[in-house]
Ligand binder design. Structure first.
Ligand code: 3PY
Length: 324
């Protein structure tokens, strides 16, 4: 029997993941284009056919059209991410094609970024750095004043693995209260000392609001002009989930008018964000380019787990992290 073949979509792939395929006698092809290139999808569509497995490591949506172009021999797909909002799950289910993802191994790396953004936005790193760069270092007792974390209330929207890792980290910062909201009661909340409240209460009472929920029809633009109005004037908003959870037009207005204090964003919409995007002009909006899981160790583990997902499906077994 000829070896199975897997197409790995998006530019490059850690050797740790390629080795798993090699050991299991699976051939791999790394699609050489990056998904921010102009003709990425057009070229990909012409080169998709005939593979038994796909690692879909791109923000572009995997649709019925892609599955048709890939062909009926396609047996397994894995994301190399925790979020799977870019997959047409109904279509995959209809066709019986398993989809895996790579959660858990990235919890610590993403939670580190959340805490980093929270501090950077609360303590005005962007404003400070740009003052230095403009030769405007004018120290005074009232200069570049930020918000304290100690004594604050932190609201976590989505207390999954990453949300819990954020709480564990912030426990060392003398936070006074942790709140969360989400679809279901989390048994871990009690142990962590996090109280479940309705969204409005969380927004009205939190000094820091951290978005850690998946992007779904319910969470798209969850943070909008109305919900931003519910937040405190000193509130810092952190997003490490998906850009589309925030209405960026409304966020721009809220930050510009100092309706809230600051935002720290690892994710935006669109990605990449154009260099002339209005949010980038604001001193109180600190944006980094979706670095959540970007550590060497974490990306290696994600690549290994995505490869394991595919190989297990080829063997007719349940994936390591099945999504449905
Ligand atoms: O894994 C994901 O879905 C991420 O976006 C990590 O930053």
């Amino acid at each position: 029997m000829s070896p199975k073949r897997v197409l790995i979509v998006n530019g490059s792939y850690p050797v740790a993941g390629l080795d798993i395929f090699k050991k299991n006698n699976v051939e791999t092809e790394v699609f050489p284009h990056m998904d921010y290139e102009q003709d990425f999808m057009e070229i990909l569509k012409q080169n998709l056919n005939g593979y038994d497995g796909l690692i879909w490591n791109t923000k572009h949506r995997l649709t019925a059209e892609i599955l048709d172009l890939a062909g009926p021999q396609l047996k397994a797909i894995s994301a190399m991410a925790s979020g799977i909002d870019n997959f047409d799950l109904d279509e995959l289910k209809k066709r019986g094609i398993p989809l895996g993802n790579t959660p858990n191994v990235l919890n610590n790396a993403v939670a580190d970024i959340a805490v980093g953004l929270l501090i950077s936005a609360a303590r005005k790193f962007k404003e400070g750095v740009s003052m230095i760069e403009r030769n405007e270092w004018k120290f005074g007792v009232q200069w570049i004043l930020g918000q304290d974390i100690a004594g604050s209330t932190v609201g976590i929207i989505g207390l999954g693995g990453i949300g819990q890792a954020v709480v564990r980290r912030l426990k060392g910062f003398d936070v006074s209260r942790f709140l969360y909201c989400g679809r279901s009661d989390k048994p871990e909340a009690k142990l962590l000392g996090v109280e479940r409240v309705p969204l409005q209460e969380l927004l009205e009472e939190s000094d820091f609001v951290v978005l850690v929920c998946p992007l779904t029809n319910e969470t798209r633009h969850l943070i909008n002009a109305d919900t931003l109005k519910m937040m405190k004037k000193n509130a810092v908003l952190v997003n490490i989930a998906r850009g589309e959870i925030i209405d960026h037009v409304a966020l721009y207005e809220a930050l510009k008018n100092e309706q809230i204090f600051a935002a720290g964003l690892d994710v935006v919409s669109p990605e990449p964000i154009p260099a002339d995007h209005p949010l980038l002009t604001l001193p109180n909006c600190y944006i980094i380019p979706h670095l959540g899981s970007a550590t060497i160790e974490t990306r290696n583990k994600m690549a290994v787990n995505a490869a394991k997902n595919i190989i297990l499906a080829f063997e007719g077994k349940s994936m390591l992290y099945p999504t449905y």
